[in-house]
Ligand binder design. Structure first.
Ligand code: APR
Length: 182
């Protein structure tokens, strides 16, 4: 499923983000960039130890990465798959919706895309940020993610393709329904 926008195309993909041949992939990290489970674990495993070393260098400089923020590293062994950069962003932990979780989630997508544009990436892939361990309801997260990506692709030149990569059939279905209604 895809949507053509003014400057690029948004594609929904059912699959694994580490297997996407795009310039940049986005990691749903935590504030200490320590690595973890879920998509974070999958990306670190596929990229190898270089990624962790680079993340620790960043943390030495900035202390911690706040929810909504985004930083980048190289891609370690993922270079062999054509991926040049990993963009690490931290989604909000869902606490019922009254703690500006939506704003933080939207910033994850917009800041990651701004960073990708600055790096010169022409293609990038997102996982469904915050909807795993961080508990964000996927229907709500899908609407925010897709709206932010569409708006960025309508207003900024540079990125020609954004893949939203959904790991489960259920999440793919929810994102597809959400895209139809936007
Ligand atoms: N490719 C794409 N998506 C994946 C993959 C993968 N290889 N593996 C898991 N996912 C999906 C999950 O199914 C979920 O829908 O990524 C989505 C986000 O889930 P999490 O990885 O749990 O991310 P999040 O909810 O943002 O929680 C972040 O989890 O791993 C830790 O260090 C991370 O503390 C941080 C927290």
């Amino acid at each position: 499923m895809e949507r053509r926008l003014k400057y690029g195309v948004l594609r929904l993909i059912h699959g694994d983000i580490t297997e996407q041949g795009v310039d940049a992939i986005v990691n749903a990290a935590n504030s200490s960039l320590m690595g973890g489970g879920g998509v974070d674990g999958a990306i670190h495993r596929a990229a190898g130890p270089e990624l962790h070393r680079e993340c620790m260098e960043i943390i030495k400089k900035i202390g911690r990465l706040e929810p909504g923020g985004a930083v980048h590293t190289g891609s370690g062994r993922l270079r062999e798959r054509g991926i040049k950069w990993v963009i690490h962003t931290v989604g909000p932990v869902w606490r019922g919706g009254k703690y500006r979780e939506a704003e933080a989630l939207e910033r994850c997508y917009r800041n990651s895309m701004a960073l990708a544009r600055n790096l010169g990436a022409e293609s990038m892939a997102f996982p469904s940020i915050s909807t795993g361990a961080y508990g964000y309801p996927v229907e709500k997260a899908a609407e925010i993610a897709l709206y932010a990506i569409i708006d960025e692709l309508e207003s900024h030149e540079g990125i020609e393709e954004v893949r939203m990569v959904l790991y489960s059939t259920y999440d793919f279905k929810i994102y597809a329904e959400s895209l139809k209604s936007l």
